[in-house]
Design a protein around this ligand. Structure first.
Ligand SMILES: C[S@@+](CC[C@H](N)C(=O)[O-])C[C@H]1O[C@@H](n2cnc3c(N)ncnc32)[C@H](O)[C@@H]1O
Length: 274
């Protein structure tokens, strides 16, 4: 199943109490959230066109800003059960997103990472050169595999570019990286090339089917919410219409979208000169 179908299965089967999605775009994955989940989508330039649950809020800012300023208030006392990283497709952004989500994690949290299995070198370019663009998010998978061996990582082939699930945060609270360690990890991994990805994939990865069965070992604490009528929740979700308040229906042109994310991309380029 593709990554939308797999995320849909996760919402149905495990019903997270708190869900944070980095990178919303039109809301196609965020719309999968069921009622009862406190969901936050983060995107500096969201163009939401899918109907979202009443428990979903879109934070129109970069993920770095969100974690620095808004995360604690936005989460309130809702535990982060599931996170999904699908924002800026550059290693350093994805790494920071992972570390920031990990800081909110509980023992049973599962963090999904999209786009770790590029199909070709061009898809994996740091400067976008193809319609389907994974960027170099795959370096996060290499980093986690090599430097965070206590984590449980399931790599699914969910099309088009894989969905990785990470759990096993149990017992490792306080072991998350500080800002200096994040910077040195970026320096160490950012210059890997696509041939390093291919070698790593062939030598180290067990890529499994994109099914709930593959993920089950990561979810010992779930389902998090007891619901008698999951089918009813799904039916209610699928019957939703686009009735979100105007303030959240942030529909923008591609030009406005690009202009909004340009400063973050430019500052990042300056920093790493790539
Ligand atoms: C691939 S799209 C997300 C797709 C969505 N998750 C889905 O599957 O339907 C990536 C989004 O990340 C957003 N983005 C770019 N830079 C970001 C940042 N620094 N923080 C959060 N989101 C960012 C872009 O605006 C874009 O909408």
């Amino acid at each position: 199943m593709d990554y939308f179908e797999l995320l849909d299965q996760v919402h149905r089967a495990y019903r997270p109490r708190g869900y944070v999605e980095i990178g919303v775009s039109q809301g196609e994955s965020l719309r999968l959230v069921l009622d009862g989940t406190h969901a936050i989508g983060v995107d500096p330039a969201p163009r939401v066109k899918y109907p979202l649950s009443s428990g979903t809020v879109v934070e129109p800012c970069t993920s770095d800003d969100f974690f620095a300023r808004r995360a604690a208030t936005a989460m309130g006392d809702h535990p982060l059960d599931v996170g999904f990283i699908d924002g800026m497709h550059l290693f350093e952004f994805a790494l920071r997103d992972f570390v920031n989500l990990e800081r909110l994690a509980n023992d049973d949290t599962v963090i999904f990472i999209h786009d770790c299995l590029p199909n070709s070198a061009i898809e994996a370019e740091r400067n976008r050169a193809s319609r389907l663009w994974t960027g170099d998010v795959w370096k996060l998978l290499v980093f986690l595999t090599e430097r965070r061996p206590h984590l449980e990582i399931v790599v699914t082939e969910a099309p088009p570019t894989g969905l990785v699930a990470v759990g096993g945060f149990s017992g490792e609270r306080g072991a998350d990286l500080d800002d200096d360690e994040v910077e040195s990890a970026i320096e160490a991994y950012v210059n890997l090339g696509f041939e390093d990805f291919e070698r790593f994939r062939d030598d180290n990865l067990t890529i499994v089917a994109g099914t709930l069965d593959s993920l089950r070992p990561l979810f010992p604490g779930a389902p998090w919410q007891d619901v008698n009528d999951v089918a009813g929740l799904v039916a209610a979700r699928d019957a939703r219409v686009v009735d979100i308040p105007l303030s959240r229906r942030i529909v923008e042109s591609r030009a406005v979208h690009d202009a909004r994310i340009a400063p973050a991309v430019f500052l990042n380029w300056l920093k790493y000169r790539l």
